[in-house]
Design a protein around this ligand. Structure first.
Ligand code: BG6
Ligand code: MG
Length: 220
């Protein structure tokens, strides 16, 4: 029996993944490290500080900054990001997502959020989707970045559900690994080849089908 659907936010509920990319790119200009779309894929689902570490390693500058300087750089990135997401509104909900949330609720299944973003609550508020969520895991309390399952386990605990009876939805490879390690059923949104470890993949949010997920979960 499915007890919960646990969602990632960036790239699943709304297209903020592009704003994270633009904000990192802007920071990259400041520290002279080029960030392209391909490299950005490896940052999806990864926490702010860990993303910065990966960027510094890419630019071979991992030993150039003190912890305080790194925190300042991460804050700068966040300032760029917050500026970009300021005007997010319900029209920025990705196609099909609100109907999916409604269908889950109609079936008396709990809904949780397992986003690595410390801006998640603000984004959900701006989208007007807060009331659908029974529990939002707090990224600030999460010690281990995806692919570690910690944030998904935190969400399952907060919802008081068994991970084995939970469905996780993600657009990033690291996120699918996190869901699988949490012993949840994984739903990927995006490219079938790169999300090939997911139990089921939909090409985009519009095509996510509640009944198909339920049936494939039951069959596995
Ligand atoms: C994830 C994004 O949801 O949140 C990452 O996929 C981002 O790109 C991470 O780095 C942390 O977000 P924030 O808003 O706390 O910097
Ligand atoms: Mg994501």
């Amino acid at each position: 029996m499915i007890e919960a659907f646990i969602f990632d936010l960036d790239g699943v509920i709304t297209d903020t993944a592009k704003f994270h990319y633009l904000a990192w790119k802007e920071l990259g200009l400041k520290i002279d490290i080029e960030i392209d779309e391909e490299f950005n894929e490896s940052l999806k689902g990864i926490s702010r500080m860990e993303s910065l570490e990966r960027i510094l390693i890419k630019g071979n500058k991992q030993n150039e900054f003190t912890l305080k300087e790194k925190e300042d750089l991460a804050n700068d990135k966040n300032k760029y990001y917050v500026e970009l997401i300021k005007h997010i509104s319900p029209k920025d909900i990705l196609p099909g997502i609100e109907n999916l949330l409604k269908e889950i609720k109609l079936n008396n299944i709990k809904i949780g959020l397992a986003s690595a973003s410390k801006n998640a609550t603000m984004v959900l508020n701006n989208l007007g989707l807060n009331s659908y969520f029974d529990f939002i895991a707090d990224a600030a309390k999460c010690k281990n970045s995806k692919p570690n399952p910690e944030i998904f386990i935190m969400a399952a605990n907060g919802l008081d559900v068994d991970p084995l009876n939970s469905i996780g939805i993600e657009d990033a490879m690291a996120g699918i690994d996190a869901i699988n390690s949490a012993n949840m059923y994984s739903v990927g949104v995006g490219d079938k080849d790169s999300l090939n470890k997911a139990n089921i993949v939909f090409e985009n949010t519009q095509t996510i089908d509640f009944n198909q997920i339920v049936n494939s979960y039951k069959a596995c």
